[in-house]
Design a protein around this ligand. Sequence first.
Ligand SMILES: Cc1cc2nc3c(=O)[nH]c(=O)nc-3n(C[C@H](O)[C@H](O)[C@H](O)COP(=O)(O)OP(=O)(O)OC[C@H]3O[C@@H](n4cnc5c(N)ncnc54)[C@H](O)[C@@H]3O)c2cc1C
Length: 359
Amino acid sequence: MVYDIIIIGAGPAGSTLARLLGKVYNILLIDKRDLRENSSSRGNIKCCGGLLAPDAQKMLSKFGLGLPKSVLVDPQLFVVRAIDLEHNLERYYQRYYLNIDRFKFDKWLVSLIPEEVESKFNCSFKTYQVEQKYISVVFSQKDREVTAKTKILVGADGASSLVRRLSCGGGDVFKSYLSIQEWVKPEQKLPYFSTIFDSDLTDYYCWTIPKEDKMIIGGAFYPRENATEKFRLLKDKLRNYGYIFNNTEDQEGSLIIRPNWLIKYPPLNDNMALIGEAGGWISPSSSEGLSYAFKSSLLLAGSLSRSFDHGVKIFRRRTKYLKKNLFFKSFKSFFIYSPAMRKIIMNSGLQSIRIYKFR
Ligand SMILES: Cc1cc2nc3c(=O)[nH]c(=O)nc-3n(C[C@H](O)[C@H](O)[C@H](O)COP(=O)(O)OP(=O)(O)OC[C@H]3O[C@@H](n4cnc5c(N)ncnc54)[C@H](O)[C@@H]3O)c2cc1C
C-alpha cells in the first residue's frame, strides 16, 4: 500500500490539510495524541494561550467554517492590557480575540476530516527514509514499529518537529523559546489578555489570560536553561504588581518557534513539505500561530490540487508571500521589543484606549 500523502501531526495545520485534500488523495494522518471526539484531556492538550486572533478568524471565514459554541470559554476578550514592568507603564489596546478551549478546538478541527482519510492516533512518528520512488515512514503503534510508504511526506508536527530536525541532520534552523504556562485561581476576574514586558524576564513577552474561573500565567524564555527561574520571577513580579492568585493547579510547557528576519528554511527533499509551526510559520511579534497553520496548509492544499507531481515545488514558491509577511512582523517586533522604542510608543498613548472605572 502506497499513500499519496502521509501527514505527521493532526494539530490545526495537519487536520486542515487532511480536511481539504481528504477526498482527493489517499491520505494517512498520524498523531501521537488522541484527538478523537471522546478522548479525554489527559496528556492530549497542546500547551497554548487559546486565543483566536482576527487573522485566524478570517481564515476560518475563508474556509466557510463557523465556530461551535462549545469551543468557546468565558470571558470573550476585547482588550489587551500591556504592562511594561521595566518602565512602570501600562496601556490598554482594543483587540478582538475569541477565547477558546484549545483541546476542544483541536478535536473539532479533527472531527471535520472526511472519513476517507485514514487517521491513526496514539502513534508516534519515528523516522523516514527517502527511497527511489517513495518515502518510507516509520511510526510506533501499540509498542510495535510500522513502516508505511508515501509519495509525499508532510511534517505538521509543531514547534519541535522531528520531520524538520531529521531533515536538518539532527540540528535545527529555527530559534526556539521555552514557554511555560501555569493554571492558577485568581482572586478577582480580570477580563483582559495581559502582555507583560520586562528584560529581566525575557526579550520576548509574558502573559495572563482568563479562562472561566482560572487564569493562565505564561511566558516565553530564552535561553531555555534558566526558564524555570525566570518563570518564578514572573510570578513574584505579578504579585508585586497587584495580581492575586493562589497556588498552581497545573503546569505545562512547550517550545515555541520565533523566526527572525533572515528566515532560513530546512533543506528538504522535493517530496516533503513543512506546514504550521513545524515550518516556522508563526508570528515572531505575537507568537500567534493558528492563522499561519491555516494559511500554510491552505497554500499546500491549493498547490497539490493544482498539480500533484509539482505541488511541493509550487508550494515553496507560493510561501514567498508568507515569508514576506513574517519579515514585516519581524520589523514590527523590533519596535515592540526594543525597551526604548516601547517606552516611546507607550508614553505617546498611540492607539491606546482609556478604561473607565467609577466607584
Ligand atoms: C504557550 C503557547 C501559547 C500559544 N498561544 C497561542 C494563541 O493564543 N494563539 C495562537 O494563534 N497561537 C498560539 N500559540 C502558537 C500555536 O499554538 C501554534 O503555532 C499552533 O498550535 C501550530 O499548529 P500546528 O498544527 O502547526 O502544530 P501543533 O498544534 O503543535 O500540532 C502538532 C501536532 O503534531 C503532533 N506530533 C508532534 N510530534 C509528533 C510525532 N513525532 N509523531 C506524531 N505526532 C506528532 C502533536 O501531537 C500535535 O498534535 C501558542 C504557543 C505556545 C507554545
